[in-house]
Design a protein around this ligand. Structure first.
Ligand code: NAD
Length: 353
């Protein structure tokens, strides 16, 4: 039997809101309850299309609040846990405490509540950042496997690594039916513009330079958020013996560096050809805690659940740029909130241009 009542933490954020749409469309009998604190990254405007759907409900709350979590979780069969402080730069420049609080303490609060309730599945959304640096291409094996060691490089990644292992320990110790996913970098609609791709799109649309850290050659696997959501749904639908107690990498073979992304976005936004794109790219000092290369091997997920990514980076990036153009009001409202960290990030290349 598929999921019936799904409790989605962090559902008002980027991946969570895409997942809510995906779930409601794919499973007509399923009810979704989003539980979200609405931090700077949460946005009720992400729910425009589902807010009147009787199978959707929203609870405003903090995952660290034991009482509120157990009240809200009651009646849920499956938990999908996205809620987190998610930005590497904020974990370095703003402070680590919210990361420890939400990513570690909040995860434990949810695991405890789920354990008491006796849920059928607890899908913990971890990240490839827990692995650290993929070896450079001279190495024998180039992509992380699920049983590789975890060597997180930033406070964000370390807090996610702690949560990842705590979730696993609730399976090994208490037999809570936990599944852990480690997905590569996502892009797509509704992503807060502090992150690389929407930041580049926002600046390209507004004629501001695109800030590129270091030499711009840091590379990542990039996956469209819909492919990620499809993988998560496949895991929720899978029989317990195929997935419970397991870790799954989610990724593809699309590796791209920062400069390539900047140039591709400038082209898609339509910076006039007489205007050399390089003049809208501004090099700034490298980030602390930066990972040079991150790539995973997702063979386990492909073979066990027959999942394959369906959106090429070229097509996905084009549709994402188009989404930000068509959803000017969404972007305008986000920018009007007066988030000084975001404002600084968007303007980081201006002085250097
Ligand atoms: P996001 O920053 O866009 O959204 C995070 C959401 O969590 C927001 O809605 C926010 O309000 C909510 N939240 C934060 N603290 C909370 C708290 N204490 N209680 C309740 N809600 C809280 O994040 P995202 O990019 O959508 O990432 C979602 C998850 O996926 C995270 O766990 C992240 O580590 C993981 N992940 C992200 C990526 C990526 O590329 N974005 C890749 C792999 C894994």
């Amino acid at each position: 039997m598929g999921p019936r009542n799904v409790f989605v933490t962090g559902g008002a954020g980027f991946i969570g809101s895409n997942f809510v749409y995906h779930l409601l469309d794919a499973l007509p009998d399923t009810h979704v309850k989003v539980y979200d604190k609405l931090t700077y990254a949460g946005n009720m405007e992400n729910f425009e299309r589902v807010k009147a759907n009787p199978r959707f409900s929203f609870v405003h709350g903090d995952i660290c609040d034991v009482h509120a979590v157990s009240e809200a979780m009651r009646g849920s069969d499956m938990i999908v846990h996205f809620a987190a402080e998610t930005h590497v730069d904020r974990s370095i420049l703003v402070g680590v405490n919210p990361f420890i609080q939400t990513n570690i303490q909040g995860t434990v609060t949810l695991l405890e509540a789920a354990q008491k309730l006796g849920v059928e599945r607890f899908l913990h959304v971890s990240t490839v950042e827990v692995y650290g640096n993929t070896a450079p291409s001279v190495s024998v094996r180039h992509q992380f496997l699920e049983d590789d060691s975890l060597n997180p490089l930033s406070p964000y990644a370390s807090s996610k690594a702690a949560a990842d292992r705590l979730a696993y320990s609730y399976w090994t110790t208490f037999k809570l039916p936990v599944v852990i996913t480690r997905c590569v970098n996502n892009y797509g609609p509704y992503q807060y513009p502090e992150k690389q791709i929407p930041l580049f799109i926002t600046n390209a649309l507004q004629g501001r330079p695109l800030p590129v850290h270091g030499d711009g050659l840091n590379t990542r696997n990039w996956i469209h958020v819909e492919d990620h959501c499809r993988a998560l749904l496949a895991i929720l639908n899978a029989p317990a013996d195929a997935v419970v107690g397991e870790v799954f990498n989610i990724g593809n073979d699309e590796e791209h560096n920062v400069i390539d992304n900047a140039n591709a976005i400038l082209r898609l936004v339509g910076v006039p050809s007489y205007y050399p794109s390089s003049s809208l790219i501004s090099f700034i000092p490298d980030r602390q805690g930066a990972v040079r290369r991150l790539a995973v091997d997702a063979t386990k997920l492909r073979e066990r659940l027959n999942w394959t990514p369906q959106i090429s980076f070229e097509d996905g990036l084009a549709s994402t740029v188009q989404w930000y153009i068509e959803n000017e009001a969404w972007l305008k409202h986000v920018l009007e909130r007066g988030d000084t960290f975001l404002n600084d990030a968007l303007n980081r290349g201006v002085d250097k241009a």
